[in-house]
Design a protein around this ligand. Structure first.
Ligand SMILES: Nc1ncnc2c1ncn2[C@@H]1O[C@H](COP(=O)(O)OP(=O)(O)OP(=O)(O)O)[C@@H](O)[C@H]1O
Ligand SMILES: [Mg+2]
Length: 320
């Protein structure tokens, strides 16, 4: 099974993910505020959207706002709206994102980037359910669920005084911490299969087949970009190697963002007596040439260097 019943778009059977999804479905049944944390690409926005979809607000608006993209001088105006004449250029009454999200969900992405004054105003909104547009003391009652997300450690930022701790506590009532992909390598196979098929359909090509060696390599890799990185990599394979059987060595190191991490994990250990680096290089080049039947472009790819670099090396070591 790819996913849980409540969140069909979120794939994974690992206990770490399933436990977050369980909490998320409890949150969805209420109007509680939630804070979703997790590294980049772990599915924070996907989960927030899922909570909205299965909540009683599903027919209401879904309003995603990236706090990092709000110009700091306009944060309050954009979020909470303003009345005509509130400031120079405020030539008509304008609702904010909170008004747009009435009866729905306001998703505040990258919440750590919200300015301190914006944080203060958000706290008042969360505590009173009321919004004051700029330019008036009048409060408007709104019915909006807030879901916030961040890849940062908000409690650490709060301890450093860079994020209001009262807001942190208010947001963190229900913490939903998405695990990094490297902490749930058991899910890689499922995700790989899912993306392989879904992306082949999207691109109208025959899905490639991933050999077991690929899964082995992927399970050892650190995935700094998490599920997004895996998805992008599979998309590249689907488009460039449609219909082929892909082995681990068919995937150039350069396609993995953090190739050095894979190399560390190749299982090569420096012998106590040391090595002659040149002999190692010569041996690897020989093996790569043998595997590709002497095809220089493919050999260069296998070794993660350009064809020119390979040709230079071949000459240097007297290959012919
Ligand atoms: N568990 C999952 N199952 C299927 N697809 C996923 C999963 N998690 C993430 N994705 C996919 O990975 C990509 C990134 O997900 P999303 O945008 O939700 O991540 P994020 O945590 O918000 O990242 P960022 O911090 O960089 O904004 C999307 O294409 C999403 O569909
Ligand atoms: Mg995101």
């Amino acid at each position: 099974m790819f996913s849980s019943d409540s969140f069909p778009l979120l794939g994974g059977e690992s206990p770490a993910l399933q436990s977050v999804l369980r909490s998320a479905s409890l949150v969805a049944a209420t109007d509680a505020t939630a804070l979703i944390t997790g590294e980049s690409g772990t599915g924070k926005e996907l989960l927030a959207g899922g909570v909205h979809q299965v909540s009683r607000r599903y027919a209401g608006p879904w309003v995603p706002v990236n706090c990092a993209a709000l110009p700091s001088e306009l944060v309050e105006a954009e979020l909470f709206g303003y009345w005509k004449g509130a400031f120079t250029g405020a030539d008509r009454d304008t609702p904010g994102f909170v008004h747009q999200a009435q009866n729905g969900t306001l998703f505040l992405d990258e919440i750590a980037e919200l300015t301190l004054s914006g944080q203060g105003k958000l706290l008042r909104f969360l505590e009173a359910g009321e919004c004051q547009r700029l330019g008036s003391g009048r409060a408007e009652k709104l019915d909006v669920r807030i879901i916030a997300a961040t890849h940062q450690d908000l409690s650490a930022l709060a301890a450093q005084g860079r994020f209001r701790s009262d807001l942190f506590y208010r947001l963190n009532v229900i913490p939903l911490g998405l695990p990094a992909l490297r902490e749930r390598t058991g899910d890689i196979q499922l995700l790989l299969e899912h993306f392989r098929e879904a992306l082949a359909v999207r691109h109208g090509v025959t899905a490639p087949v991933f050999a077991p060696s690929v899964l082995k390599r992927f399970s050892r890799y650190s995935w700094p970009g998490n599920v997004r990185e895996l998805k992008n990599l599979v998309e590249r394979c689907v488009v460039l190697m449609a219909g082929q059987t892909i082995e681990a060595h068919d995937i150039p190191d350069g396609w993995l963002a953090d190739a050095s991490a894979t190399e560390d994990q190749l299982g090569m250990e420096l012998p106590a007596e040391g090595v002659r680096l040149e002999s190692v290089e010569v041996s690897l080049i020989q093996q790569a040439l043998a595997r590709t039947g002497g095809n220089r472009s493919r050999t260069a790819e296998l070794l993660g260097v350009t064809r020119d670099t390979l040709v230079y090396r071949l000459r240097k070591y007297g290959f012919r």
